[in-house]
Every structure is written in structure tokens, then in C-alpha cells.
Design a protein around this ligand. Structure first.
Ligand code: SF4
Ligand code: SF4
Length: 156
């Protein structure tokens, strides 16, 4: 994704194919370097188990933007040329044809409402979102350790 600290450029009005190609080459093909696919919105604590799983994998992360959640797999397309152009333009998949130049990474600031990159990110987020779940776990752990301590004391 493009550097959010850079001044966000504005897309040209009614750009020609040549103009688009020029910008895409300057951009380096940011939108061809990952796959993002929408996932169901997680609601319950259990719904986050898949997200915990995704985020244990290298180059795999999750973002939320408005109300939609996506899992992202970083990795360049096999057909992305070093100059940022497409090496399979005439036979590119429909997803690439539907992709809107101008509403793409190059022109967005690259920031989402929420980004979860690691298991630690997910668990920190869960602690904030489901504080009672963690409070119950803490109480249960305390109770178990007291039972163990009482049982050890009665055996001595
Ligand atoms: S469509 Fe946008 S994000 Fe994709 S390569 Fe072109 S300028 Fe970059
Ligand atoms: S097929 Fe072309 S446009 Fe589609 S992701 Fe690959 S390089 Fe990009």
C-alpha cells in the first residue's frame, strides 16, 4: 500500500489508458501485490477464532473498513512486471478488469478503521472488545489455583 504520510495525490479526470499506465508504473502496481477478500463480520468471541488463525500466518492480516471486514494475503501477482505494468493485460482476470483506477491504493491514504497483523494484535483487540470474557477467565484461573493450593495444604 502507498505511504499514508505522503500527500495524497488526486486522480486525473477521464484519464486515457496511457495516462493510467503512467500512474500505475509510478505506483509500482500496489494493487497487484496482495489479495483481499471480504469475510463475514465477526460478532461473537468465537467468530474471532478464524481471524486469530489468519493472523498467525506470515503476510496474512485482517482489516475493517466501515462495516466490512477483509482478510489480506500479501504477495505479488505472477504477472506483475518489474516496472509496475501488467504482463497479462489482455487475459487478466475479471477482478483486475473491475478494479477502479482512481479509487485504488495509490489515491487512498492506506489507513483502515482497524488493522490486525499478528495474533497479539487480535488478542489485544479482543481484550478491549470482550473484557468480561477475560475477566471470567482470570477468575476461573484464580479459583483453580486456590483449589490446588487448598488440596496441597490438606495433603501435608
Ligand atoms: S490501479 Fe492504482 S493502485 Fe493499482 S497500480 Fe494503478 S495506480 Fe497503483
Ligand atoms: S493480472 Fe495484471 S492486473 Fe491482474 S493482478 Fe496480475 S499484474 Fe495486476
Amino acid at each position: 500500500m502507498c505511504d499514508p504520510n505522503e500527500n495524497t495525490p488526486r486522480p486525473p479526470t477521464n484519464p486515457s489508458d496511457e495516462e493510467i499506465l503512467k500512474v500505475c508504473m509510478k505506483c509500482g502496481g500496489a494493487c497487484c501485490k496482495y489479495i483481499a477478500t471480504e469475510i463475514d463480520e465477526p460478532v461473537t468471541f468465537a467468530d474471532f477464532e478464524n481471524i486469530r488463525w489468519y493472523c498467525t500466518h506470515k503476510d496474512t492480516w485482517v482489516f475493517k473498513d466501515d462495516d466490512s471486514w477483509h482478510v489480506v494475503f500479501n504477495g505479488p501477482c505472477e504477472f506483475l512486471n518489474a516496472d509496475g505494468s501488467c504482463g497479462n493485460y489482455d487475459d487478466r482476470p475479471q477482478v483486475c478488469r473491475d478494479h477502479q483506477f482512481g479509487e485504488c491504493d495509490y489515491y487512498l491514504n492506506g489507513e483502515f478503521d482497524l488493522e490486525l497483523h499478528t495474533l497479539e494484535d487480535v488478542d489485544n483487540y479482543l481484550r478491549l472488545r470482550f473484557p468480561n470474557h477475560f475477566r471470567k477467565k482470570r477468575l476461573e484461573a484464580k479459583r483453580k489455583s486456590k483449589v490446588r493450593a487448598d488440596s496441597d495444604a490438606s495433603e501435608t
